[in-house]
Each structure stands twice: as structure tokens, then as C-alpha cells.
Design a protein around this ligand. Structure first.
Ligand SMILES: NC(=O)c1ccc[n+]([C@@H]2O[C@H](COP(=O)([O-])OP(=O)(O)OC[C@H]3O[C@@H](n4cnc5c(N)ncnc54)[C@H](OP(=O)(O)O)[C@@H]3O)[C@@H](O)[C@H]2O)c1
Length: 329
């Protein structure tokens, strides 16, 4: 496989390289791609330095697969140009997720939808991926009616500049601001831009993408997304109302038997998911599993995952693995 990583100098791109290496993805030739600012920089892959090239230079190389994490504008402009020359693009931005002609894939849930004809495949938003990983198996069993989710999102979800803002603020150093407000010792209820309905785009991604991935437009979702001064992963308080009643032991057993989900839930010894445990891991961690005593058929969960891993890079590489293993590329 000739593989291009577009956005290789960014946070997601960096983890993408690690994940490709760790999972021993069959890379015969690797093209590291970023903006003109980074052309000529060297980045190591499997101990060998690779020079960063521009997008037009990467297109000339006709890669088999291009893993994109370089922002929505770059994807909108360049993903179709890669697709035209036969490259399969897996895109991390929000550019194509809600496009009806593009698939939105979490491999454990809906990779079977993929065909050879899919030349631009969308990777869902990080907050959505971890939530649907926990919800999909429960939806199959009890049918979800409504979800109320509040997120506590890591600064790494915004990119390199936001991580630098937090690091600068911790040591009292002046620098560029990725957010409108300080993030250190703060909680900002504003992730991505506001839409006309008063919700942020991040909140509406949780609504729209969940319905698309689970293939059920009747699922009602309402979200509040909050940025907090953590690195290492996003956390979510998820309240779910099902059509049918459930048994808590059965819920645990279903989650326990779901690939990519790990239960961390032992109150006697203070075990529950936290970003400090999720950091650097591929799984989605679920804990604080309890019945919502305020209304029938309802459940509360606390869901944590490394947004740069399962929320971005790992999910993308898993999609690429599925394509390769099923001769779809
Ligand atoms: N962070 C997350 O948890 C997360 C999760 C899911 C999806 N995503 C999505 O993944 C994308 C990247 O996120 P990130 O956190 O890695 O951001 P980041 O750290 O800011 O990195 C951005 C990357 O995009 C490249 N880039 C920017 N403009 C470009 C252009 N015009 N042409 C080519 N390359 C360009 C940058 O190259 P230079 O270094 O040369 O500027 C850099 O490699 C975004 O679309 C984001 O929404 C992020």
C-alpha cells in the first residue's frame, strides 16, 4: 500500500503515524503531507526520517489510501482530487460526514456498509465515536428513544494551538489563544462555532452523526459540549431512555462483550473511567453504570476515551484495515 497521511504534522496526524506503526499496517510507501509551511520538515516513521511534501506533490504520487486530518477546508478542496485519481480518502474533518453520498463509519458498528465504490469515507467526530461505541449494542437490544449528553472535552480535541494555550497558561506564559477565553482553571461551554439554533456545531454533530451511524432518525439527541482543561481524552455523561426496559446485569454483560469497549466500574475501590487512564489507549471506557431513577427505562453512563485515538486516528486506521482486509482498496 502506498499511504498518504495528510496533516502529518498535526496532533491527529502524529497519532495516526503511531497507530499505523503499532498495528503494523501494510505500508510499502509512506507520504507525509502538510501545508506549504511544513514542506521539507522531517518526521520519523519506523525509525526512518521522511520528508514532508505538499498536497499537489502527494497527488502526483497516486497513493492507494490517503488518511486526512488537515481541517474541513483542506478536505473539501483536495479529497475529491485524490478520489478522482483512484485514491481512497478517509477523512477526519466534518467536511463530508453529513453528505448523503458519503458513509460515516465506526468499524465495530457499520463497516459492512463499505464498498469498493466509496472513495471518500468520513470518520465521525471524536465525541460521537465514543458515545455510539457504548450506545450501539444497547440500541440493538433495547432501542434508544432519547439521549441527553453533556461532554467534558480535552484541549487536544482542538489541535496543537489549544494544547499550547493550556501549557502556556499553566506556567503563566503569554502566547497565541486558540480559545476566546483562558482554558486553565476554566470550563468553556463553547466547542466549535454556534449554529442559528443556539447549539454549537459540536453539539449538533452529536445529534446528526449519532442518527446517521445508528441508521435511525427517530433517535432524539440533545447535547451540551464543554471544553475543560484536560489532556488525554474526552468524558461524557450520557443519559439514555430506551423503548424497552433493561436489566442492569444484562447491560453490563452486553457492554462487556462489545469489542472496543471496556467497563471500569467498581465503586467499592473507586474505579471509574477518567482521561488519565484512557490517555494513549484505543478502547472506550464505560463506568458509573446506573439506572436513572427519575423515569422508566432510563440509564446513566460515564463514557471516556482518548479523542486522538479511537476518536480520530485509531478509528481511521481501523477503517483502512477493513478496506485492505476485504479487498475494497
Ligand atoms: N484533535 C482531535 O481530537 C480530532 C478528533 C477528530 C477529528 N479531528 C479533525 O482532524 C483535523 C486535524 O485536527 P488536529 O487536532 O490534528 O489539528 P492540528 O494539530 O491543528 O493539525 C492540523 C494539520 O493540518 C495541516 N494543514 C492545515 N492547513 C493545511 C493546508 N492548507 N494544506 C495541508 N495541510 C494543512 C497542518 O499542517 P501544518 O503543520 O503545515 O500547518 C497540520 O498537519 C481537523 O479537521 C479536526 O477537526 C480532530
Amino acid at each position: 500500500m502506498k499511504v498518504a497521511v495528510v496533516g502529518a504534522t498535526g496532533l491527529v496526524g502524529n497519532v495516526m503515524l503511531k497507530v499505523l506503526e503499532e498495528r503494523n499496517f501494510p505500508v510499502d510507501e509512506l507520504l507525509l503531507v502538510a501545508s506549504e509551511r511544513s514542506v521539507g520538515k522531517k518526521i520519523d516513521f519506523k525509525g526512518i526520517p521522511h520528508e514532508v511534501i505538499s498536497i499537489p506533490a502527494a497527488i502526483e504520487e497516486k497513493p492507494d489510501i490517503a488518511l486526512f486530518s488537515a481541517g474541513g477546508g483542506t478536505s473539501l478542496e483536495w479529497a475529491p482530487k485524490f478520489a478522482e485519481i483512484g485514491t481512497t480518502v478517509i477523512d477526519n474533518s466534518s467536511a463530508w460526514r453529513m453528505d448523503r453520498s458519503k458513509k460515516l463509519i465506526v468499524p465495530e458498528i457499520n463497516a459492512r456498509e463499505l464498498t469498493k465504490e466509496d472513495k471518500i469515507i468520513a470518520n465521525p467526530n471524536c465525541s460521537t465515536i465514543q458515545m455510539v461505541m457504548a450506545l450501539a449494542p444497547l440500541h440493538n437490544k433495547y432501542k434508544i428513544k432519547r439521549v441527553v449528553v453533556s461532554t467534558y472535552q480535552s484541549v487536544s480535541g482542538t489541535g496543537v494551538k489549544a494544547v499550547e494555550q493550556l501549557e502556556n497558561e499553566i506556567v503563566g506564559k503569554k502566547g497565541d489563544m486558540a480559545y476566546h477565553y483562558p482554558i486553565h482553571k476554566n470550563a468553556i461551554p463553547h466547542c466549535d462555532v454556534f449554529e442559528e439554533n443556539g447549539y454549537t456545531k459540536e453539539e449538533m454533530k452529536l445529534v446528526r452523526e449519532t442518527q446517521k451511524i445508528l441508521g435511525d432518525k427517530t433517535i432524539a439527541v440533545t447535547a451540551t459540549a464543554v471544553r475543560i482543561p484536560t489532556a488525554g481524552g474526552h468524558s461524557e455523561a450520557v443519559n439514555v431512555e430506551f423503548e424497552n426496559d433493561f436489566n442492569l446485569d444484562e447491560v453490563r454483560s452486553i457492554l462487556n462483550n462489545t469489542d472496543g469497549v471496556t467497563i471500569q466500574d467498581n465503586l467499592d475501590v473507586n474505579v471509574y473511567p477518567m482521561p488519565m487512564y484512557a490517555n494513549g489507549k484505543d478502547d472506550v471506557f464505560v463506568g458509573r453504570i446506573r439506572r436513572d431513577t427519575s423515569q422508566p427505562n432510563s440509564l446513566n453512563l460515564w463514557v471516556v476515551s482518548d479523542n486522538l485515538r479511537k476518536g480520530a486516528a485509531t478509528n481511521t486506521v481501523q477503517i483502512a484495515e477493513y478496506l485492505v482486509n476485504n479487498n475494497l482498496v
